[in-house]
Unconditional design. Structure first.
Length: 108
C-alpha cells in the first residue's frame, strides 16, 4: 500500500470479504485491481498486504481456494465459505456503523 493508505490497512480484511461477497470468486490480482478501480486509485493494495490476509482467512475457514487452468496457466481463485458469508455480513454491519459514527464526529 502507498503512504496515503494507512487508514485502509485495518480494514483490508473487510474490503477483501466484501469484494468476494459481491463478485463470488476472484483471484488476488483481480482483487487489487477492483479495489483500485472502486476507489479511483486511492487504494493500492499490494501483494505483500493481500496474500497474508488471504492465507489467514483460508486457514480460519472463512474463504477457500480453487485452482483453475486459464489459457494453460493455473490461477488460484478465492471464494467465501458459508462461515465466511456470515462473517462478511457481520463485519459489513459493524463497518457501516463505524463509518456512520465517524461521519457524525467529523461533521461537527
Amino acid at each position: 500500500m502507498s503512504k496515503n493508505n494507512t487508514l485502509y490497512k485495518g480494514t483490508l480484511q473487510n474490503i477483501i470479504l466484501k469484494l468476494l461477497a459481491k463478485e463470488v470468486k476472484m483471484y488476488g490480482y483481480q482483487m487489487t485491481q477492483r479495489a483500485k478501480e472502486l476507489t479511483k486509485g486511492e487504494l493500492e493494495m499490494t501483494e505483500g498486504a493481500l496474500y497474508p490476509i488471504l492465507h489467514k482467512l483460508e486457514s480460519d475457514g472463512i474463504i477457500e481456494s480453487e485452482i483453475q487452468n486459464i489459457n494453460g496457466r493455473d490461477r488460484k481463485y478465492y471464494l467465501l465459505t458459508e462461515k465466511g458469508k456470515r462473517r462478511q455480513a457481520e463485519q459489513e454491519a459493524e463497518m457501516k456503523s463505524y463509518i456512520l459514527n465517524l461521519n457524525t464526529i467529523f461533521t461537527i
